[in-house]
Design a protein around this ligand. Structure first.
Ligand SMILES: Nc1ncnc2c1ncn2[C@@H]1O[C@H](COP(=O)(O)OP(=O)(O)OP(=O)(O)O)[C@@H](O)[C@H]1O
Length: 338
C-alpha cells in the first residue's frame, strides 16, 4: 500500500516559488491500478516523482508498504527504490546499449550476481514479448517495442510498485491498446501496484480501478473509476468524462428538432443500463421518445449506458417522463445546443 500524507512540493525558480503539489493525501491499495488525471501543469508528474523521491517533497510523508520513505538514509532509500519501478513517456532507454544490455543494466545497478543476469533478462524479454529483440538497439525498435523494453527494465528487480509517467502518450491507438493490455496482465499476474499518470480518460477507463483528478496541484476528486464516470461531481471531472463519453449531435438533428419537445441526455448506471427502462416508461406515460444516439460502455465489467433522445408530447407528460427516469436512478440532463 502507498500512502501520501499532506504532500507539498514547492519549486524554487529565479522569480520566486511555484506550487507543484498542494496538500495531497492519497491512499493507494496494494495490487490496484491507480490513475492520476489532469491537464498539463496540474501536478501529476510532481506527485508521481515524489512517490520514489525523484523529487524531494517540501513537506509531507510518503509511506510505501509501511516504510516512511521520507525518513530513510540515502543508502536505505536506494534499496527501497529498487522495489519501485518506473516507466516513462519517452522510454529513456540507453541508445548505445542493446535491448539485452538496457535491461541487464538495471540488474547490475542493483548488484545482482553476474551469473543470474542472463537468465533473468531472458525471462523478462519473454514476459514482454520481445525474446527475438535481445540484440537490437533502441533505434531499431518501434515505440511500442521501446516501451516494452522500458517495462522489462522496470520489472527487473521484482518491484512491488510500478510508476507509469504517461506511458502511452507517444504511441498510436493500437500500440496504446497492446501496452495497456501488457500492464493489465502484469498487474494481475504479479499483483503489482500500478500508479499511472495521464491526461487521457480513455486510458483510465481501460486500465485503472481507482482515479484521482488533479488541478492546480490539488486532488479535486477521487473515487472508483466506475463511480467517477457514472457520477462525476466537479466541473473539471465532468469535462474529462465528457471528452470520452460524450457524443455531439449533428447540427441537422438540431435543425429538425420538434419545438414541443426536449432533447435530453440520460445516463443509465449499473443494472439500469441493461434494462428496458425507456420502453417501460413509454408504456406508462403518453409521450414519444425518439432516440438520437445511444451506447453502452463497459467500465471494468459494469455497464454504463448513455442515450440522447428527443422527448415530445404534452409539457406535463414530458415532465412526468423525465421524473420517471430520475426515479429509476438515471441521471437526466437537458441538452442545450452550443
Ligand atoms: N523543476 C521544476 N521547476 C519549477 N517548476 C516546476 C518544475 N517541475 C514542475 N514545475 C511546475 O509545477 C507545476 C506542476 O507541474 P507538473 O509537471 O507536476 O504537472 P503535470 O500535471 O505533470 O504536467 P505535464 O502533464 O505537462 O507534465 C507546474 O506549474 C510546473 O510549471
Amino acid at each position: 500500500m502507498i500512502e501520501l500524507k499532506h504532500l507539498n512540493k514547492q519549486y524554487k525558480t529565479k522569480t520566486g516559488s511555484v506550487t507543484g503539489v498542494h496538500d495531497v493525501s492519497l491512499t493507494i491499495r496494494r495490487g490496484t491500478v491507480f490513475g492520476i488525471v489532469g491537464y498539463s501543469g496540474a501536478g501529476k508528474s510532481s506527485v508521481l516523482r515524489c512517490i520514489n523521491l525523484l523529487e524531494t517533497p517540501t513537506s509531507g510523508e510518503i509511506w510505501v508498504d509501511g516504510v516512511n520513505l521520507t525518513s530513510l538514509s540515502k543508502q536505505e532509500l536506494r534499496r527501497a527504490r529498487q522495489k519501485i519501478g518506473m516507466i516513462f513517456q519517452h522510454f529513456h532507454l540507453i541508445s548505445s546499449k542493446t535491448v539485452f544490455d538496457n535491461i541487464a543494466f538495471a540488474l547490475k545497478a542493483a548488484d545482482k550476481p553476474a551469473s543470474e543476469i542472463g537468465g533473468r533478462v531472458r525471462e523478462l524479454l519473454q514476459l514482454v514479448g520481445l525474446s527475438d529483440k535481445a540484440d537490437s538497439y533502441p533505434a531499431q525498435l518501434s515505440g511500442g517495442q521501446k516501451q516494452r523494453v522500458g517495462i522489462a527494465r522496470a520489472l527487473a528487480n521484482d518491484p512491488q510498485v510500478l510508476l507509469c509517467d504517461e506511458p502511452t502518450s507517444a504511441l498510436d491507438p493500437m500500440t496504446t491498446h497492446s501496452i495497456l493490455a501488457l500492464l493489465r496482465e502484469i498487474n494481475q499476474s504479479l499483483g503489482l501496484t500500478i500508479v499511472l499518470i495521464t491526461h487521457e480518460m480513455d486510458v483510465v477507463k481501460d486500465l485503472c480501478q481507482h482515479v484521482a483528478i488533479m488541478n492546480n496541484g490539488r486532488v479535486i476528486e477521487e473515487g472508483a473509476v466506475y463511480d467517477i464516470f457514472a457520477n462525476p461531481e466537479q466541473p473539471l471531472t465532468k469535462e474529462f468524462v465528457q471528452n470520452t463519453l460524450e457524443f455531439k449531435l449533428p447540427r441537422k438533428l438540431w435543425d429538425r428538432r420538434n419545438p414541443d419537445g426536449m432533447i435530453v441526455k440520460v445516463v443509465f448506471r449499473n443494472e439500469a443500463a441493461e434494462q428496458a427502462i425507456i420502453s417501460d416508461m413509454l408504456k406508462q406515460i403518453p409521450v414519444n421518445a425518439n432516440i438520437l444516439h445511444g451506447k453502452i460502455d463497459y467500465i471494468g465489467d459494469k455497464p454504463l449506458g448513455t442515450f440522447i433522445m428527443e422527448v415530445t408530447g404534452d409539457a406535463a407528460q414530458v415532465e412526468r417522463a423525465l421524473t420517471y427516469l430520475v426515479d429509476q436512478s438515471c441521471a437526466v440532463e437537458v441538452v442545450n445546443h452550443d
